[in-house]
Write a protein that binds this ligand. Structure first.
Ligand SMILES: O=C(O)C(=O)C[C@]1(C(=O)O)C=C[C@@H](O)C=C1
Length: 138
């Protein structure tokens, strides 16, 4: 059944017709767990980005660099250890963290750029009397 609000059809599959009904039933049952896990991943990531957004503003306010390589090295070493404990491929855990962190660093840089007073001829507001805008946050 398609979910009325999201339009998501948990039974959507290119395999229908090629699979015995009992195999399909088992597949759909496992997929329902996968859907719950994916939903929590989205919420977890949203929460992580909310936290890193605060870090981004803090760093921009205090003119701190977006990246912190020593912190990243410590995070990666820890996550690799946790991954091994959890029987997750540590190389995958490292790649995944690096992927997220590179996005966070892009966000930090955007926050910092948006705070900077504009420069160059287009930024000359003296003729319009407009006040130079500071502190524009995303
Ligand atoms: O903790 C920080 O300083 C952050 O900016 C957050 C974060 C992360 O996403 O965990 C991102 C960039 C840094 O290089 C280190 C860690």
């Amino acid at each position: 059944m398609t979910h009325p609000r999201s339009g998501f059809d948990p039974a959507a599959s290119s395999l229908a017709g090629d699979v015995a009904p009992e195999v399909m039933a088992e597949l759909l049952s496992v997929r329902s767990s996968i859907d719950n896990i994916d939903a929590t991943l989205v919420y977890l990531l949203a929460e992580r980005f909310k936290a890193t957004q605060r870090v981004g503003h803090l760093k921009a306010e205090h003119d701190l660099p977006a990246g912190d390589p020593q912190r990243e090295a410590a995070q990666i070493a820890r996550l690799r250890m946790l991954a091994e404990e959890a029987q997750l491929d540590p190389a995958f855990a490292e790649k995944f963290l690096n992927f997220i962190i590179s996005e966070v660093i892009r966000h930090h840089q955007a926050i910092s750029e948006n705070r900077k007073p504009p420069t160059g001829p287009a930024a000359d507001t003296s003729s319009t009397g407009a006040a130079g805008e500071h502190g524009v946050h995303d």
